[in-house]
Design a binder for this molecule. Structure first.
Ligand code: HEC
Ligand code: HEC
Ligand code: HEC
Ligand code: HEC
Length: 178
């Protein structure tokens, strides 16, 4: 019994330590994404492109400031966690650093939802970490921007969504289903 207890205590301590590391390592991104990030791995926009190319989503995202957000930083700034956190997406399981605001910065880390059979089923995809972003998921980065870089206008979700994300095929035609 005593042995069992101390084992449990150690296990708890280990879990706690791990959780702390995970939090201090990546305190960025979507509020909902915070738990998602702990549970799922990033794969990078190139993986999403495989299936989201024909619709023009990937190409139109590449044209946005999000895709180029990393390039805006100087070499010095690229070393500062205070800048990196909103100008990058995360690191894949293989250790590849994902520059700029990629798909998964908004949609959640994709390793577990990117399979076609899961992607086609919104419920399964969400259970596997997919986020269909709302205004609050943008505000994690668009609130508290350092003053010198902050946009003059207040963040207006509907307006910013119109120009800042990528084409939305469902608003025109269902490309991917075909
Ligand atoms: C193996 C192919 C494949 C890959 C890889 C893939 N997707 Fe998808 N995705 C799909 C399909 C198919 C749909 C359903 C499309 C539809 O209904 O129009 C979909 C739907 C979506 C949707 C809309 C979900 C909904 O319910 O409206 C989002 C958002 C999405 N994918 C994001 C991503 C992101 C981000 C990645 C990369 C991490 C990714 N996908 C990788 C095939 C894929
Ligand atoms: C909380 C998230 C966040 C942090 C932290 C952050 N940025 Fe940004 N940055 C943004 C957003 C969002 C924008 C776009 C402007 C806006 O929407 O207010 C931006 C814009 C910029 C721009 C472009 C400005 C322009 O005129 O186009 C530069 C350069 C920049 N940031 C550099 C930095 C540097 C350097 C740091 C670290 C000192 C930093 N950012 C930290 C979110 C952030
Ligand atoms: C991971 C952080 C992050 C998230 C999440 C995020 N953004 Fe951004 N966004 C940025 C950064 C950083 C920039 C500035 C990039 C630059 O200027 O190079 C930016 C720029 C933009 C711009 C261009 C502003 C301009 O001056 O032209 C729009 C529009 C925008 N974001 C909309 C959104 C919307 C809408 C959402 C949510 C659906 C969102 N963003 C989520 C970090 C983020
Ligand atoms: C800045 C945040 C942001 C980024 C980056 C982003 N998305 Fe989205 N995405 C959104 C939002 C917000 C919506 C929901 C728009 C709506 O329906 O109002 C969306 C919708 C979608 C949809 C559903 C489209 C439809 O027809 O309904 C797919 C698929 C998708 N995104 C895939 C991707 C892929 C792939 C990437 C990367 C190449 C990506 N997204 C990058 C915010 C983002």
């Amino acid at each position: 019994m005593l042995k069992k207890l101390s084992f449990l205590t150690m296990l708890l301590a280990a879990v706690f330590m791990f959780a702390n590391v995970a939090i201090s390592g990546d305190e960025v991104k979507t509020k909902s994404g915070d738990d998602v990030k702990a549970k799922h791995a990033f794969v990078g926009a190139k993986k999403c492109k495989i299936c989201h190319k024909k619709s023009g989503i990937h190409a139109s995202w590449l044209e946005t400031k999000h895709a180029k957000a990393w390039d805006m930083l100087s070499d010095e700034q690229k070393k500062k966690e205070d800048c990196v956190k909103c100008h990058s997406t995360g690191t894949t399981a293989k250790g590849v650093f994902l520059e700029g605001v990629q798909c998964e910065a908004c949609h959640g880390a994709g390793a577990d939802y990117k399979k076609k059979s899961i992607m086609q089923d919104r419920e399964k995809a969400v259970a596997a970490g997919l986020i269909m972003p709302e205004a609050k998921d943008c505000l994690v980065c668009h609130e508290n921007v350092p003053e010198e870089f902050r946009a003059k206008e207040k963040f207006d979700y509907e307006k910013m969504k119109g120009t800042g994300i990528h084409v939305i095929p469902s608003k025109t035609e269902k490309t991917e289903k075909k």
